[in-house]
Design a binder for this molecule. Structure first.
Ligand code: HEM
Length: 336
């Protein structure tokens, strides 16, 4: 991504780019390498298929509630079936190959699937129970779905907000240059980025990648003044909670990373009111991973480019599965 932007900007030193497709491809690539890195080619195909599955699901969403519609052989329904079946075949193939390799005593492959299969193998050997192949496949898919659109959403809104607030872009770059100098960003340095962390927290407050989460009650529950019976399903509107004046004060709708200068606990005054990664036992398992990924990407971009909004950018946050810029993110990037 960085090399491509540099090439595009090389003639004049700057160029207008819709950064959104690049950012989407970047986080897809990160997830596919992490999950199936040692099967690079198949991993890339899985990435393409799952992306197509999301696009098809979005096309089908408005009509999906018509009973029986999914059984009608429309073009989209047929393609959806083909995609799902190719995915199953591909994943099952990779898993079988790895199972055989493990039985032959080969060393574990260093990716998510390798870790998952090794721990499952151990569990079955020691306790006689473990995940079935279908469950391993489902875990792989969930990991991909959970991890790709969310981090790209965080990254794109961070770039857009740093354009709108150049003062914060400057502070973030200053910090990155101070921590890394001419060296490539490393894990230790990323963990020392305080301003960048404050900025990411504030971006996730104003533009949470997941705008709501669902819960269903397993027992009768009193919620404030409401008595809710078991079985009720409800939506927790993260977006509304993050914009609430009573919780965040008069500047609730403003971009002010300073509010996170003493951490999340202090910013929320210990209340359960900041939920970009959900909460409780089902809290996002990828939160640390995505924060590291976002810091690495932003630090790398800040070292090479400054950026501003292009006049053709139209601000339109759009909640699909994740909060996306509906008309893209057209920025002017300048080589530093
Ligand atoms: C900015 C990035 C991300 C955001 C904002 C985000 C947000 C969320 C939210 C709100 C949930 C629901 C939690 C709940 O119901 O309480 C969730 C669940 C989940 N996330 Fe993330 N996520 C991000 C990145 C990732 C990444 C990178 C991965 C994988 C590497 C991932 C994997 C998952 C999984 C597997 C679940 C389901 C957990 C469960 O049900 O037990 N997420 N995420």
């Amino acid at each position: 991504m960085i090399d491509k932007w540099e090439t595009l900007a090389s003639a004049r030193g700057s160029v207008e780019v819709d950064v959104w497709p690049y950012i989407e491809a970047l986080s897809g690539d990160v997830i596919s390498r992490t999950a199936f890195g040692s099967n690079q080619e198949e991993g890339n195909r899985i990435f393409q298929l799952q992306k197509e599955q999301v696009d098809l699901a979005l096309q089908l969403l408005p009509i999906v509630f018509i009973p029986g519609w999914r059984f009608i052989p429309t073009k989209a329904n047929k393609r959806m079936k083909e995609v799902i079946s190719e995915l199953q075949v591909l994943l099952r193939g990779i898993i079988r190959k790895r199972e055989k390799a493990m039985e032959m005593g080969e060393a574990r492959k260093d990716d998510l699937l390798g870790i998952l299969m090794e721990s499952n193998f151990k569990e079955i050997r020691e306790n006689g129970i473990g995940l079935s192949i279908e469950e391993v496949i489902a875990e792989c898919k969930l990991f991909y779905f959970g991890g790709s659109g969310t981090t790209s959403s965080l990254l794109v809104w961070t770039m857009i907000l740093l354009c709108r607030y150049p003062h914060w872009q400057g502070r973030a770059r200053e910090e990155v240059l101070q921590v890394f100098g001419n060296e490539e960003p490393d894990l230790d340095g990323l963990n020392r980025l305080k301003v960048v962390t404050m900025i990411l927290h504030e971006v996730l407050r104003l533009y949470p990648s997941a705008t709501f989460i669902f819960r269903s009650l397993t027992k009768d529950t009193k919620l404030g003044t409401m008595n809710l019976p078991a079985g009720v399903e409800f939506t927790l509107p993260i977006l509304l909670l993050h914009h609430d004046f009573e919780i965040w004060g008069d500047d609730a709708k403003e971009f002010n990373p300073e509010r996170f200068s003493d951490g999340v606990f202090s910013a929320t005054k210990g209340k359960f009111s900041y939920l970009p990664f959900g909460g409780g036992p089902r809290i996002c398992i990828g939160q640390n991973f995505s924060m590291i990924e976002a810091k690495m990407a932003i630090a790398t971009i800040l070292r090479r480019f400054s950026f501003e909004l292009s006049p053709s950018y139209a601000h339109a946050p759009f909640p699909l599965f994740t909060l996306q810029p509906q008309h893209g993110a057209q920025l002017i990037v300048h080589k530093l």
